[in-house]
Design a protein around this ligand. Structure first.
Ligand SMILES: Cc1cc2nc3c(=O)[nH]c(=O)nc-3n(C[C@H](O)[C@H](O)[C@H](O)COP(=O)(O)O)c2cc1C
Length: 162
């Protein structure tokens, strides 16, 4: 079983998530090949049982490196993929007010944009979001559990397909 994992981490949080995911899957006998998107050619990805595309949020959308990569990605028909995003946790402003939900929606198009860019390119099998507590990190408390839940979604697909 092989997983090809592509991320576009800038501040290291998404890279830490990828490393933890690879460790968890290694414990389950699954090889995860992790690469930064800038080091891979989206039109010629190696064969894999599952592809993971991981994007940091930036100004409401996936960072440009990730948008461009998944926009150009070519997968074999029926290929399985999963999406993981790292996003800033929503916090109250200095007056203790939470942002207006309509405004918030505008800033939370990271996962929807990833979904749309990958639509029709394969079969989506899992999604996960891990938050950072400040704009550049660190990762939220309990982030490893979220990575485990994401790994579990992928493991369950693999075992049902085996
Ligand atoms: C200038 C700037 C803008 C950001 N905009 C958003 C945003 O619109 N939505 C969001 O969820 N996160 C936003 N973030 C937080 C990033 O998602 C966070 O830095 C990133 O997920 C961390 O991952 P990385 O360490 O792998 O780069 C922003 C961060 C910076 C520095």
């Amino acid at each position: 079983m092989k997983i090809a994992y592509y991320h576009a981490s800038r501040f290291g949080n998404g890279a830490a998530v990828a490393a933890r995911f690879a460790e968890l899957m290694a414990e389950r006998g699954v090889t995860v090949d992790v690469q930064h998107m800038r080091d891979a050619d989206p039109k010629h990805l190696p064969a894999a049982d599952v592809y993971v595309f991981s994007a940091p949020g930036f100004m409401g959308k996936p960072r440009r490196t990730a948008r461009s990569f998944v926009g150009r990605v070519r997968l074999e028909p029926g290929a399985r993929y999963a999406i993981l995003t790292t996003e800033a946790a929503v916090k109250p402003d200095k007056n203790g007010q939470m942002p207006d939900p309509a405004k918030l929606e505008h800033w939370q198009q990271v996962m929807p944009t990833m979904r749309k860019l990958l639509e029709g390119k394969g079969v989506e099998v899992a999604e996960g979001t891990v938050k950072v507590t400040d704009l550049k990190g660190p990762l939220e408390d309990g982030w490893e559990e979220k990575v485990r839940a994401f790994a579990d979604q992928i493991s369950s697909i693999q075992s049902s397909a085996a």
